[in-house]
Design a protein around this ligand. Structure first.
Ligand SMILES: [Zn+2]
Length: 278
């Protein structure tokens, strides 16, 4: 998919299966199970979508999925298969050494686990020539999570980056390459960031966990994982109508069936018209 000179592809590190109740917060199961049928363990199938972007001569990777370091017990709990990200990058002709910038929207394991990998019993940067970009507040929280969210944070996914001098910590919104803008959108965590891609008068907006799947478009359909659900609500009210009005492409971080689409208003709510990227 091209937006002027900017080019992007949607990759996925594979599926992650999370509890349906936790994914839909206060929404009763009788409503959400019609949109996403749970398995016998009440889990729903989610993708770990990542974006490969070429902009201004830079190769940018947004999100790195769960990666390869998780132990077999956790892989089973989350239904993780073998990590696919590196293979998918290679399909588009990119080697891990060719990534210039890695963006993590936040540091939950399903968004940044592929940042690092184990080589000869040592945790090393998967993308040795990249700067890894994350909000400073998210990094500080990830180093010292609370009892409610510590199951989502693993030091080995980001602490080695700081040690290696590869980490760039941002404070607020920032353009990181031509047409690649990071926009703080708190709610899921205090410092999560979304990504806006622009070029040739067109734009696409990566929602990360603000609107993780198309099923989360209705305003009250907010994840139980969110630390600040009322802030999520405010940011949904700000950004979803903006995408509708401006005709930006919506990109969903966890939707396995509809990773991209155009949003429309219908009967006072929002719906997606799926779009195939590539
Ligand atoms: Zn998350």
């Amino acid at each position: 998919m091209k937006l002027g000179d900017l080019e992007f592809h949607i990759l996925s590190d594979g599926d992650v299966w999370l509890d349906g109740g936790a994914m839909f917060g206060v929404v009763p199961k009788v409503l959400w199970e019609r949109k996403m049928a749970p398995d016998a363990k009440n889990r729903i199938q989610l993708a770990m979508n990542c974006l490969l972007v070429r902009a201004g001569g830079k190769t940018v990777l947004i999100e790195t999925g769960a990666g390869t370091k998780m132990n077999p017990k956790l892989r089973q709990i989350y239904g993780l298969e073998d990590s696919r990200l590196i293979g998918q990058l290679e399909r588009y002709g990119y080697h891990n050494t060719e990534i210039d910038i890695v963006i993590n929207t936040h540091l939950h394991f399903d968004h940044c686990g592929g940042n690092t990998r184990i080589e000869q019993d040592k945790v090393v940067c998967t993308f040795p020539n990249a700067k890894y970009v994350v909000q400073r507040g998210e990094y500080e929280h990830a180093r010292n999570p609370n009892e409610r969210d510590q199951a989502s944070y693993f030091d080995e996914n980001y602490a080695p980056l700081e040690k290696a001098g590869k980490l760039a910590l941002l404070e607020g919104d920032r353009a990181i390459a031509p047409g690649v803008e990071l926009i703080r959108a708190p709610g899921h965590t205090a410092n999560m960031q979304c990504v806006k891609l622009s070029g040739g008068g067109k734009s696409a907006f990566f929602f990360a966990d603000l609107v993780p799947t198309a099923a989360h478009l209705p305003l009250p359909w907010i994840m139980g994982y969110d630390l600040y659900p009322m802030t999520t609500l405010e940011n949904k009210k700000k950004w979803i109508p903006e995408l509708v009005k401006e005709g930006w492409i919506a990109l969903f971080g966890h939707d396995a069936r509809t990773p991209a689409g155009h949003l429309r208003e219908k009967n006072g709510g929002f719906e997606v018209e799926p779009l195939t990227i590539d």
